[in-house]
Design a protein around this ligand. Structure first.
Ligand SMILES: [Zn+2]
Length: 247
């Protein structure tokens, strides 16, 4: 039975330390007695003790583990290790699959995307944007909702960090910022944890890096003039586009 999740999904919903510990457990053969059940998987994981873990094949975060965190409904490293085993079936985990992007970074690589790459990137941006959705649920799903915002921002971070640097990709990132801003202003996104706002600030830093590598990128920032934004994140970019004047 193939799980409904893949390694990307696991990475994007798990925080970095938990993911790294889980990879460690998996690589060191601590997952044993792996079994398929009718709706999921179970295994024993050797940590400080032997822990009995079971996860759903649809969503590994719906599972149980008898460690302290698992008993308190957190996603623990044992559940994540079993999820990795469900995806890879014991095969080695590739180096690039162990890498996690939790902050958008500048690739420092000048260049443009081909037409096909651009279309592919736009599609994955739209896919990631769906996780940054409006909140209208009861408070008991508040944490799940925040996880969705985190997953969306993590997915976007991974996309951004792969982009070459040019006016073309700067345009793409400016559009991304405006889309996120729209979601914050009137898209019903409840960002009280500051996940989306923090991501946007990091994205502005990436764009500043872009303009250092390729000065032509600053032209992409001009569309931000006279925009009403949620928290003035565009100011450093306007300074780069127009010089240090009142804009
Ligand atoms: Zn556990």
């Amino acid at each position: 039975m193939q799980p409904k999740f893949d390694l990307n999904k696991i990475k994007f919903v798990t925080d970095q330390p938990t993911f790294e510990k889980a990879v460690n457990l998996y690589e060191n053969g601590k997952v044993s007695d792996f079994q398929e059940k009718f709706d999921g998987f179970s295994a024993r994981v050797l940590g400080g003790n032997f822990y009995q873990v079971s996860i759903s094949s649809k969503n590994f975060s719906q599972g149980s583990c008898d460690c302290y965190l698992g008993q308190n409904d957190y996603i623990c490293k044992h559940m994540v290790a079993v999820a990795i085993h469900a995806v890879l079936g014991g095969k080695p985990i590739k180096k690039e699959d162990k890498e996690v992007f939790y902050e958008p970074k500048c690739s420092n690589r000048p260049g443009e995307l081909s037409k096909i790459e651009l279309a592919k990137t736009q599609k994955s941006i739209s896919g990631a944007m769906k996780y940054i959705k409006s909140y209208n649920g009861p408070s008991r799903i508040w944490f799940a909702y925040q996880d969705s915002l985190i997953e969306g921002c993590n997915r976007l971070s991974a996309i951004v960090s792969e982009l070459p640097v040019s006016r073309q990709t700067a345009d793409l990132l400016v559009k991304m910022l405006l889309r996120l801003d729209k979601k914050l202003c009137n898209g019903g996104v409840d960002d009280s944890d500051g996940t989306v706002g923090g991501f946007m600030e990091e994205l502005v830093n990436v764009l500043q890096e872009f303009s250092r590598i390729d000065h032509g990128c600053t032209a992409a920032f001009k569309v931000l003039k006279n925009q009403e934004t949620s928290f003035g994140w565009e100011e450093p970019l306007l300074k780069l586009a127009y010089g240090i004047i009142n804009v």
